[in-house]
Write a protein that binds this ligand. Structure first.
Ligand code: PHE
Length: 335
């Protein structure tokens, strides 16, 4: 009987290995391991055998069962692998990996960082959730100052606000660092604007600040001109117009020559004037130096703040500022 058990196992394994599909395999499992199988029959009879034979016989049937089960498992796995391989069509075109691209504002940010690092500026960062002190008071804009009306501010419960400009970072950097200071800061700002094609409640600015002994308005002009040429082309010219900001004195707004070079009377960007309004700048007001603990008799400095969306819109011919924040890949992928 021992011999029969061994024989049963070896036949079963052989048949299992030759099985063609899952159905055949299942039939073999029932045939060799099922309740009516010869092996189970033998196992049931072990108790009636002479005591001396029982241990060897028990061991042999257990061993045979294990071998058959193992063969069934192996074959099932092999059949599955064959099926999967058959489903693979190597003639199909491959799947292209999805390549991302930098948002046009991120590209501009990187470019501006490159331009200003080339002129020796460091990059500083500041929080978007600010307090009134850093957004207004330290920038010479006290509570009753009319300039506060110019900024429609999102105030937060508990006294905070969303910064209305990146000039907050000037204050934070000067509070932390003794002069000389030469930094730019880039980031998102918020104002309570009614959203349309040219206004958004969230937008981006770059802030620049240079403080040292003897920094002059000529340094400001030279720096803005160098930026303009690198950003908009070698032939770009800059025009400075008197303006007012509470935190700079004197203050200016500056314009770049339009990419149409003033040659298109119907130019949609400059409306035929040849100039495009870019941003604000000026010499840091002595009151700001006093607020951050700098000696206004010893140091001078310039600052500028510029919106990024407008520059990107001009450069890429984008006609709607809302596009920048819609996260529509069809838009972003174009740049
Ligand atoms: N913070 C000003 C604005 O957002 C821009 C500015 C920055 C002007 C620095 C002068 C100096 O309008």
């Amino acid at each position: 009987m021992l011999e029969e058990v061994r024989q049963l196992a070896s036949v079963a394994v052989e048949e299992i290995e030759a099985a063609r599909d899952d159905k055949a395999l299942e039939a073999l499992r029932v045939h060799h391991l099922g309740r009516k199988s010869r092996l189970r029959q033998i196992a049931r009879q072990i108790g009636q055998r002479p005591a001396a034979q029982r241990p060897a016989l028990g061991q042999a049937t257990a061993c045979a069962q294990k071998a058959i089960q193992q063969a069934l498992d192996d074959k099932a796995l092999a059949l599955r692998q064959v099926a999967e391989a058959a489903a693979l069509d190597v003639t199909l075109p491959g799947r292209r990996p999805l390549l991302g691209c930098a948002h046009p504002l991120s590209q501009l940010t990187d470019e501006l960082i490159g331009i200003f690092q080339g002129m020796g500026f460091d990059v500083a960062d500041g929080p978007e959730v600010e307090d009134e002190y850093h957004n207004f008071d330290a920038l010479n804009t006290p509570a009753d100052h009319p300039a506060r009306d110019l900024h429609d501010t999102f105030y937060l419960e508990g006294g905070g606000l969303l910064r209305t400009h990146t000039s907050t970072v000037q204050v934070r950097v000067m509070e932390q660092t003794p002069p000389p200071v030469r930094i730019i800061s880039l980031g998102r700002c918020y104002r309570r604007e009614t959203v349309d094609a040219t206004h958004h409640f969230a937008f981006h600015q770059i802030e620049g600040l240079y403080v040292d002994h003897g920094v002059s308005f000529a340094d400001l002009k030279g720096t803005i001109e160098a930026m303009g040429r690198q950003l908009m082309g070698e032939e770009t010219q800059v025009r400075f117009r008197p303006h007012f900001f509470p935190f700079t004195e004197p203050s200016v707004e500056y314009d770049f020559t339009c990419i149409c070079k003033g040659q298109r009377t119907n130019c949609s960007i400059c409306k035929g004037t040849g100039w495009i309004e870019i941003a604000g700048a000026g010499m840091v007001d002595p009151a700001v130096f006093t607020a951050v603990g700098y000696d206004p008799d010893e140091y001078t400095g310039f600052a500028f703040g510029m919106g990024l969306e407008r520059i990107a819109m001009i450069r890429h011919g984008i006609d709607d500022v809302r596009r920048f924040l819609e996260n529509d890949l069809r838009f972003i992928r174009q740049f």
